[in-house]
Write a new protein. Structure first.
Length: 498
């Protein structure tokens, strides 16, 4: 693919190259804020997650989808937990009860009677206050809930809640089509390159599980990168300290909101490409790289030019720039005091080495495995797809045969062939109701260490950006001068909700 993944630019510095990609750790929305498409912050903290504290809540529609996927993959363990609220708190139902409920949901039944423990129980997922179980003999009623068994799985879709009992026609259609990478009779042939690599196969399995759970309301894209990883990780940590971005789930491809003043969305990017970039460096143009990343549209993509599975190990990158300078310029752009920039950069590189991240292009050590690739799974809320994405040919020309891209992404066609370009606007990428991201690293050591790495990286930056006035100055500079209404000068990390 043409293009190269890069970071946001510093004040007066050379733009980093953005690497081509082909194309897993995110955020959970309520219904999309009507003001979101226009860039309005609506005075609301839209970055909140919905969580039970014991696992991700799952609606009946997603219970059905997950259970079907488990059957298809012949997984021995039930992928869901059904819990009942007793006097001592929420308790797991037995596997037999859970299996019965999944079977009813598979048939589309939201109200039914089941037999368990010698009693008949009336189960109702249409109650206005949530799902219930009622003992038919005694009339005693208790609350039920369904949880995803996986600890790192994505939060549930909130468009269809357990209490609503209805699906929008559009979401129902997408759920029927199923996970994006499986649509259109997609073949598993590209995954043969992962044979013998158990870690890579597990990463792709989790990516596919995410697709199963989120395909109703979200389109998915895959962004491959390598040496730019440290830049993305630092941007994520800065986003955590200043803007409540949940950096433990995924890195952040871009953070300087002010860089998007001239190219805030995909239609403008496509127009600029046709008028300017098409004859001037195409998607390698600094103004293009400043705002966009290259993506593939399927885990099993075969082209053009890139295969998601094949590029996972090494990732995409470019070497026609000084990554160390990019890092230092990024820190300066984030208003780290200039006298502290070089020392902080050195400490960040050492921290990266400690956790196994390849920083060989920053003057540090390579990862021991030699597998420097990373894959970012990007879910975009379907109503936002045309605003943030356009269908592309290699090196960025518009692929008119797949435009508007939302029509293609909402179809049941195969997505194995086709690139796209995504405008990685931080105002959307840091909002849980707009974009969800998950990351996987080809190097098993860094993949398993990433959350701890982010915690320590956030700690490093929190010390540097510890002063109240400095945080406000940094946030205003990064955000383009106009801060979201929920922002305050206190340390934002403590506001993160799960």
């Amino acid at each position: 693919m043409g293009g190269c993944i890069g970071s946001s630019a510093s004040r007066g510095s050379k733009e980093p190259e953005s690497a081509p990609t082909c194309g897993a750790t995110a955020s959970s929305p309520d219904l999309l804020d009507p003001g979101l498409a226009s860039g309005s912050d609506a005075g609301v903290d839209d970055l909140g997650w919905v969580s039970s504290g014991a696992g991700s809540l799952v609606t009946p529609a997603h219970a059905l989808l997950i259970e079907r996927e488990a059957v298809r993959c012949s997984r021995p363990q039930l992928p869901l937990r059904v819990q009942i609220l007793l006097e001592g708190g929420w308790k797991d139902c037995s596997d037999d009860e859970t299996r019965q409920i999944c079977q009813y949901l598979r048939r589309g039944d939201m109200q039914f009677t089941m037999h368990a423990r010698g009693q008949n129980y009336s189960i109702n997922f249409l109650e206005p206050d949530g799902a219930t179980q009622m003992n038919v003999s005694t009339g005693k009623k208790r609350q039920l809930r369904i949880l995803d068994r996986g600890e790192d799985g994505p939060p549930p879709e909130e468009v269809f809640r357990a209490r609503s009992g209805t699906l929008s026609e559009e979401v129902a259609q997408q759920l029927q089509y199923g996970p994006q990478s499986r649509r259109g009779g997609a073949t598993d042939h590209p995954f043969k390159v992962l044979e013998g690599n158990l870690h890579a196969k597990e990463c792709f399995r989790k990516f596919e599980q995410n697709e199963v759970k989120l395909c109703g309301e979200w389109a998915v894209f895959y962004h491959s990168y390598s040496f730019a990883a440290l830049i993305y990780e630092v941007q994520a940590a800065v986003g955590s300290v200043l803007f409540r971005f949940r950096s433990q789930y995924a890195p952040l491809p871009r953070i300087l909101v002010k860089d998007f003043a001239e190219i805030p969305d995909a239609p403008i990017l496509a127009d600029r490409f046709q008028k300017e970039f098409a004859t001037n460096k195409r998607d390698h143009h600094p103004s293009f790289r400043r705002v966009a990343v290259s993506v593939m549209c399927s885990l099993s993509s075969t082209g053009p030019e890139a295969c998601t599975a094949m590029v996972f190990i090494a990732g995409y990158s470019c070497k026609d720039l000084s990554f160390r300078s990019v890092l230092e310029n990024l820190l300066e752009s984030c208003y780290v005091p200039k006298p502290k920039v070089k020392e902080l950069a050195e400490n960040i590189i050492k921290l990266s080495e400690k956790h196994g991240l390849d920083v060989s292009q920053f003057g540090g050590k390579a990862c021991q495995s030699g597998k420097a690739g990373h894959l970012l799974q990007i879910f975009v809320r379907r109503p936002l797809v045309d605003s943030l994405v356009y269908a592309a040919k290699p090196y960025g020309p518009i692929d008119e045969s797949r435009m508007p891209i939302s029509k293609w992404m909402n179809s049941n066609e195969s997505f194995q062939v086709g690139q796209a370009r995504v405008v990685a606007h931080p105002k959307f990428f840091m909002r849980a109701d707009s974009v969800r991201m998950y990351v996987a690293s080809a190097d098993p050591t860094f993949h398993s260490n990433r959350k701890e790495f982010q915690q320590e990286l956030v700690g490093l930056l929190s010390v540097i950006l510890g002063e109240r006035e400095l945080r406000q100055k940094a946030a205003a500079g990064i955000y383009g001068g106009s801060l979201p209404s929920w922002w305050s000068a206190e340390d934002q990390t403590k506001h993160e909700r799960y």
